[in-house]
Design a protein around this ligand. Structure first.
Ligand code: ZN
Length: 484
């Protein structure tokens, strides 16, 4: 009897160790979802490339699913069960996306992306197949990974975004579908995608199960943060790890050098001033201080600031990289002026239109609002309306407009103007009327000041010439202040 127990024990141990050593065998009964492959764009080149490179889609999908699950999980029992995998080749925008519910994976891959990748980048069949497979692995990670709880919205550089996108690319990297040549210093662990993936890959050299543990950490850490996850898995703060990783990638790195520029250094109240970080040596942390600005501080790399009050204001930028820190203070850097004319609205993004589309080549309505008096607008009509619509329907109080005469033929100059404003392009209010306008020179600028009580996003000029059947003008410039 005793002997039998020993024999059975040895047998059980052998089976146990056999299974332990041959982990692959644990997955032989892996439950694949049913596959529903719909090609919505059969006639396209992208679809043809896909079918040529992937003669057996089901086997590619199954191998990707198994690959992803083996990277994200250690035991089959941990894996969220997916019963259906819907894959669509679609003529759309972007690269690919994944949705679905707890048991269904709903993925599309953009045929235009395949065509563009194959042709524009002059890629080989092998490289294109690697790309397609890599995208599917990235997308499948989204289907099988856990979502971090309380980690903010899915917005750029949030903990949530960088967790899910970093993990998806880390899976793709581990599966061999991102080339190591893409690893470069700089960025931030919250950037997501490859930047975060290579950081995860490096952390996996300290704990081979890092991706598995990171995915599991989203189940237990609420709200999930990188710092809590790295402390739990590696016992170190994410900042310390990031600095060590940066030093590993870039062993000859140096202290950063702070610098910045801005969209305007002379501006008016409520105009948006965009600051651009020009620092070198890959900073990953920015702290701006804006004297008199709203907001007065920012941690964005390129923040937007408005100023409520006229004056001269200092701007300070402090930066950190893996090797050190630096700061720069620019005194009286932004001058907020009391220029009553405001900013040049016709310099901003807009949609312009004209009543007629008979202009000769190079003399269309866009030339009227290009703030370049060496070009002109011309129509073969004695009168016409011309319309300027501020992008995003932003409203402006118009303070001044300037008309610039064209290069020749004074009889084609506008003699009368009716200027109207609107906020929907349907209901118009007259802002200004002028009769008997006379330019005395070519390329001459005439200013017309306004005291405008209403803000508009649509401006329409109705112009009538002096004589003949052609109307022309070099430029219309609009000046105003934004309605905030
Ligand atoms: Zn993604």
């Amino acid at each position: 009897m005793k002997r039998l127990i020993i024999v059975i024990s040895i047998l059980l141990f052998s089976v146990f160790f056999y299974l332990k050593l041959n982990k692959i065998d644990d997955w032989v009964d892996f439950l694949y979802p049913n596959i529903e492959f719909v090609d919505e764009d059969k006639v396209s080149e992208g679809s043809q490339i896909f079918h040529q490179l992937v003669p057996n889609p089901d086997s590619l999908f199954n191998s990707c699913i198994l690959n992803v699950c083996k990277i994200l999980y250690q035991e089959q029992s941990e894996i969220p069960v997916k019963k259906l995998f819907k894959f669509n080749l679609r003529n759309t925008q972007g690269v690919a996306a994944t949705g679905g519910d707890s048991t269904t994976v709903d993925m599309f891959l953009n045929t235009n992306y395949i065509t563009g990748f194959y042709n524009n980048h002059d890629k080989s069949d092998e490289e294109t197949l690697l790309e397609i497979t890599g995208i599917i692995i990235h997308e499948l990670t989204h289907a099988y990974q856990h979502s971090p709880k309380g980690a903010g919205g899915y917005v750029n550089r949030s903990e949530h975004f960088s967790c899910v996108e970093g993990m998806a690319d880390a899976t793709r990297l581990k599966a061999g579908y991102i080339s190591p040549k893409f690893r470069k210093p700089g960025g931030h662990w919250n950037d997501g995608y490859k930047t975060t993936a290579f950081f995860i890959d490096w952390m996996s050299t300290q704990d081979a199960d890092f991706i598995y543990k990171m995915n599991q950490s989203t189940l237990t850490i609420t709200p999930w943060t990188w710092d809590k996850a790295t402390n739990q898995i590696l016992g170190k703060s994410v900042l310390d790890l990031w600095i060590a990783y940066q030093k590993f990638v870039n062993p000859n790195g140096t202290d950063p050098v702070a610098n910045f520029t801005s969209s305007d250094t002379i501006s008016v109240t409520y105009n948006k001033v965009v600051f651009t970080d020009e620092s070198t040596e890959e900073p990953f942390d920015w702290k701006w201080t804006f004297e008199g600005g709203i907001p007065s501080t920012s941690n964005e790399r390129n923040p937007t600031v408005v100023y409520k009050t006229e004056g001269k204001y200092s701007v300070k930028l402090e930066i950190v990289n893996a090797f050190g820190l630096d700061s720069i203070l620019k005194s009286d850097y932004v001058v907020i002026d009391k220029n009553p004319a405001g900013i040049l609205i016709s310099d901003l993004e807009s949609i312009v239109m004209s009543q007629y589309s008979d202009s000769p080549k190079g003399e269309d309505v866009s030339k009227l609002f290009d703030n370049n008096s060496s070009t002109k607008y011309l129509t073969f009509n004695n009168s016409s309306w011309l319309q300027f619509v501020c992008k995003s329907n932003k409203k402006y109080f118009l303070n001044k407009y300037t008309l610039v005469s064209a290069n020749d033929s004074p009889q084609r100059d506008p003699k009368s103007i009716v200027l109207k404003g609107s906020n929907n392009g349907k209901n118009w209010i007259i802002i200004d009327k002028k009769e008997n306008i006379a330019f005395t020179n070519r390329h001459q600028a005439l200013d017309f000041k306004l005291s405008n009580k209403n803000a508009f996003s649509y401006f329409r000029f109705e112009l009538t010439n002096h004589s003949g059947d052609m109307l022309q003008l070099a430029d219309i410039q609009l000046f105003g202040v934004p309605n905030v």
